[in-house]
Design a protein around this ligand. Structure first.
Ligand code: ZN
Length: 268
């Protein structure tokens, strides 16, 4: 068909509401509760980039509200560029349900293994949060230095990939077995450090996971400063203070989320 006829053909399809197969990639087929989740997940990607928790790498996922044995995660790409059309659905073995030929994150097994092991977890952030790295590498425990990071109590475990994958891995959680080992080390904690790599933060909703990922990075910075200033002598929140502060913070997440979202997304 010549160009003029092709144009008429596609116009006719548009009038009939039928998009040709070669049209722009369709948005994820999310409806009901997952439509709102996709919106939050896109905002979460942009906020984490804007706040310096992720850069070109790192990812954030949410357990599907429609099917708890599935989760939503962007295709393999920089978090700051994620749109709703990039969100992909996975099962708890890390298989993409609707990849549509797109590349997926190598480290999706971090997410699948945690959702499998922790029914209470509804959102997961994995990042290479820079200030956190020294804690994973030195064995100096990460502890809550102020009320905003009270969720770090009672303990932040450290995942040593050599224990599960030997001495010559590329440090990535690229297999289900490594994901399972990491989830086991996480246990009931909210944050896990990955030696020589980064961290994982979990919560029972996307906004809280983002909140915790941001304050984990800030806590690491403040704790490093305090350890130097105090020559290693630092008074941290005790477990009772931390539990009380966590209760308050969990009710205030939206205030911070709205501000971060406005800054990261503007009128988007
Ligand atoms: Zn990573």
């Amino acid at each position: 068909m010549d160009l003029a006829r092709a144009a008429i053909f596609f116009c006719a399809l548009a009038v009939l509401g039928m998009a040709p197969a070669v049209a722009a990639e369709p948005a994820m087929n999310a409806s009901g509760p997952d439509a709102a989740l996709v919106e939050d997940l896109v905002a979460a990607n942009h906020i984490l980039y804007d706040q310096g928790v992720v850069d070109g790498f790192g990812h954030v996922s949410a357990r599907s509200a429609k099917d708890p044995s599935h989760f939503l995660l962007a295709r393999s790409m920089a978090p700051g560029l994620v749109t709703a059309a990039d969100i992909t659905e996975f099962d708890l073995d890390g298989n993409a349900i609707d990849a549509r030929g797109r590349a997926v994150y190598l480290e999706r097994f971090i997410h699948s293994a945690i959702y499998k092991a922790r029914p209470d977890v509804k959102a997961v952030v994995h990042s290479h949060s820079p200030s956190v790295i020294p804690f994973g590498a030195t064995g100096v425990p990460m502890r809550p230095i102020y009320h905003m990071s009270a969720f770090l109590a009672p303990e932040v475990p450290v995942f040593e990939i050599r224990d599960a994958g030997g001495d010559a891995t590329d440090m990535l959680i690229r297999t289900p077995a490594l994901g399972d080992a990491l989830a086991q080390t996480l246990g009931d904690a909210s944050v896990l450090l990955m030696r020589g790599h980064g961290d994982v933060v979990v919560a029972d909703n996307v906004k809280l996971a983002v909140f915790r990922a941001i304050y984990t990075e800030i806590n690491a910075r403040l704790e490093s400063d305090a350890l130097r200033l105090g020559n290693g002598r630092v008074v941290f929140l005790n477990d009772d203070e931390a539990a009380a502060a966590t209760k308050v913070n969990n009710g205030l997440v939206t205030r911070a989320w709205d501000l971060w979202k406005q800054k990261a997304m503007g009128a988007k």
